[in-house]
Design a protein around this ligand. Sequence first.
Ligand code: 13P
Ligand code: SF4
Length: 352
Amino acid sequence: EASDPDLVERARVAKEKLGSSVFILGHHYQRDEVIQFADVTGDSFKLAQQAAARPDAEHIVFCGVHFMAESADILTKDHQKVILPDLAAGCSMADMAVLTQVEKAWELFTDLGIAGDTVPVTYMNSSADIKGFVGRNGGVVCTSSNAQRALEWSYAKGSKVFFLPDQHLGRNTVVREMGFSLDDCVLYNPHKPNGGLTDEQLRDAKIILWKGHCSVHGRFSLDCVTEVRERVPGVNVLVHPECKHEVVEAADYVGSTEYIIKALDAAEPGSSWAIGTELNLVRRLANAHPDKNVMFLDRTVCYCSTMNRIDLPHLIWTLEELVAGRVPNQITVDGDTAHYARVALDQMLALP
Ligand code: 13P
Ligand code: SF4
């Protein structure tokens, strides 16, 4: 959909007035109308690196979701302010792990005598609180582009890994990339006593997966893969690792949003691609590659509703507030949490 030219012009004027004092980051799942104003676009890992790479910019406008803006606040200098154009842009997966629940699980592991051997790992898609917990307990943050390295580092350090909050990224990484079996993993359900597991299961498990998932990627099913393979001979199925294990197993290629973009850039003209990730990105890829047959893996439409909350009017409002000398929707993480979350984020950035 084309954006309203008057709105585009307002955003352009405001951005120009702000000059290099403002740096706009855009996640690949953002709408086209927003992404056109991003100084840098990226996956979660690249955006975390980029947020830290512009210490001269006083204001970082983060077009993405809350946990990304929190991480940017942690990684940027004290004088820099991180802004989220709509405070309701959260992430349902990140909300599935609450600090009190995670601390309760850790107490249980302590009582069972397994906490000392367990290294906690959290996916970037978690609150700063959870990252702080992980940093306090010797663990690391990961994103979909470095999950294997983070998990290898963690498993080498302990003899057990506690992976938060995305069960699918955790399972897909250890089973597909690291040679673990499905039986090496158990699923910890925070809503059940003892996580829904026996003490023995917890003691024997190599990988304890938190029962969280992404509601967008959870919609892709094995049927979608079977159906598209029947309908489009020779199709390449390319999915994000937040998809269910059976979907990832049936796919041809798996990777982060940045990986997906690069795979399409390298694809042969005339080739067909069914992509299992958020729709704004798939649409953009289809438009960028008219010489290739790019389609959405599911037949139904699915956007990430919280990513989509950041629209052009919210971006304009943010920029015009800044022009007026006000700082709207600043995201800040308190000192102690930020300190330990930074330990876990720095550990990720230092992974070999
Ligand atoms: P990446 O961009 O790191 O692949 O993450 C996808 C995602 O779900 C962000 O919320
Ligand atoms: Fe969260 Fe999924 Fe949306 Fe990513 S796509 S922000 S994991 S709900």
